[in-house]
Each structure stands twice: as structure tokens, then as C-alpha cells.
Design a protein around this ligand. Structure first.
Ligand code: SAM
Length: 222
């Protein structure tokens, strides 16, 4: 009986991968990758020679059918994304939904690993007993509504943001009246230029405006 493993991989530091993830990546017949070139860097580091197949957000039905055929032939597959946990603002969920329609008894196993949102929450010092994860915010339509929701949220809010939009998004939060809420903005977690900004919106904006704001961001708001 074949298996599909959903494997968490590093969000920057290539040492952040579990022993079990490495064993399974070695043992499966194919690794399904969001970008085979990105995953090859990880596989090369650990001398893993397993062949890769590309599977990304907009892979068509033909690719899904190819994956289903492999599972029907008894092959074991591992799904990884470029970074972190597949299915968390990354491809994965749709594939699982489609695969289960064809193979409802397929064993799908999680191999837990890093997730940028959870890493940010873990160092935030903000309440984590209840939190709302927003993934990436919409770029235009609906963004203001969600930012207002975040400001009014009684639970901790977490979202992902890119270099290009981080300042604009924070400025918008200020304009919409976020006031003195405590925030933690995490940049490049686990990487060389990891930076954690803590404070209210004014303090964080001042720090960010004086910094080189390149990289990937997670924003956590009290
Ligand atoms: N599946 C991933 C996870 O489990 O975290 C998330 C993938 S999503 C396409 C990529 C976004 O996650 C980035 O734009 C950034 O907001 C956040 N992210 C990923 N790695 C990060 C890191 N090392 N530091 C800060 N944010 C990161």
C-alpha cells in the first residue's frame, strides 16, 4: 500500500530538518517539489538522490493524474514546498483533496517541521493560546477589511508579508488606528539577517524605515 508523506522542510537554515524527514526523503520513490531547483539544494546537502517531480499551485489536472497513477502503482511519494510546511500558504491541500477523491483509503502522513508563522509566534511573547492565521493578505480588494478585522481581533493575529508590501501594510495599519497594540515583526527567521522588531506600530515603523528591509516577513499582532 503506497503512502503520501507531507514533509516540513527548512524556512532558511538547512539544518532545520528532522531525522525522520531525511530518512523518508531518501526512502520514497519520488519527491514532489514546488520548485525542483530549490529542493535539490536541500537534497544535495544531505546526499539524497531521490528523483523529483514538480508539483506547484497551478499544476494542471494532468500532473495530478500522474501523481495518482504513481500512487496506484504502489509508489511512495513525499510532498515538500520551497520552505516550511506544505499546505500552509503553499501548495498541498488541493492535491490532497483530489488524491483522496480517487484513493480514499490512501495513507497520508505528516512529517512535521518548520512553519514561519509558528516560529514567529513561538518567540513573540504574545498570547498563543488562541490565534488567527491570515496567511498572505489580499493585495488590493478586501485588504482594508481584513486589516480592520486584525485591529479589532481579540486574539493574536499572524500574517505573512513580502518585502515589497511590508511598509505599506504597516502604514495602513497605523492609518486605520491600530494605536498602541504590541506587535512583533519577524524578518528572515533562521537566516543570516534574522531580525525581530518588537513594539508598537510607531516604534516598528521607525526601526524598519532605518533598516534595509529585504527579506521575508511574518507579522504578529497582539
Ligand atoms: N509554508 C511556509 C510555512 O510553513 O511557513 C510558508 C510559505 S509562504 C509561500 C512564504 C511566506 O512565509 C513568506 O513570504 C514569508 O511571509 C513567510 N516566511 C517564510 N520563511 C520565512 C522566514 N525565514 N522568515 C520570515 N518569514 C518567512
Amino acid at each position: 500500500m503506497s503512502k503520501l508523506y507531507i514533509i516540513g522542510t527548512p524556512i532558511g537554515n538547512l539544518e532545520d530538518i528532522t531525522l525522520r524527514a531525511l530518512r523518508i526523503l531518501k526512502d520514497v520513490d519520488f519527491v514532489l517539489c514546488e520548485d525542483t531547483r530549490v529542493t535539490r539544494v536541500l537534497l544535495n546537502k544531505y546526499e539524497i538522490k531521490t528523483p523529483t517531480i514538480s508539483y506547484f499551485q497551478h499544476s494542471g489536472l494532468a500532473k495530478v493524474n500522474q501523481i495518482i497513477d504513481l500512487l496506484k502503482q504502489g509508489k511512495n511519494l513525499a510532498l515538500v514546498s520551497d520552505a516550511g510546511t506544505p499546505g500552509i500558504s503553499d501548495p498541498g491541500n488541493k492535491l490532497i483533496e483530489l488524491v483522496l477523491k480517487e484513493l480514499p483509503d490512501l495513507k497520508i502522513e505528516p512529517i512535521p517541521g518548520p512553519c514561519a508563522a509558528i516560529a514567529a509566534l513561538s518567540i513573540s511573547g504574545l498570547p498563543t493560546d488562541k490565534f488567527v492565521f491570515y496567511g498572505f493578505l489580499p493585495h488590493k480588494k478586501g485588504k482594508e477589511k481584513i486589516l480592520k478585522e486584525i485591529i479589532g481581533n481579540k486574539f493574536t493575529s499572524v500574517f505573512y508579508e513580502s518585502t515589497h508590501r511590508i511598509l505599506k501594510t504597516l502604514e495602513k495599519l497605523k492609518d486605520l488606528g491600530i494605536g498602541d497594540k504590541q506587535m512583533v515583526v519577524c524578518r528572515e527567521l533562521t537566516k543570516k539577517f534574522e531580525t525581530v522588531y518588537r513594539g508598537n506600530i510607531d516604534e516598528i515603523l521607525t526601526e524598519l524605515e532605518n533598516d534595509t528591509i529585504k527579506g521575508e516577513f511574518v507579522v504578529v499582532i497582539s
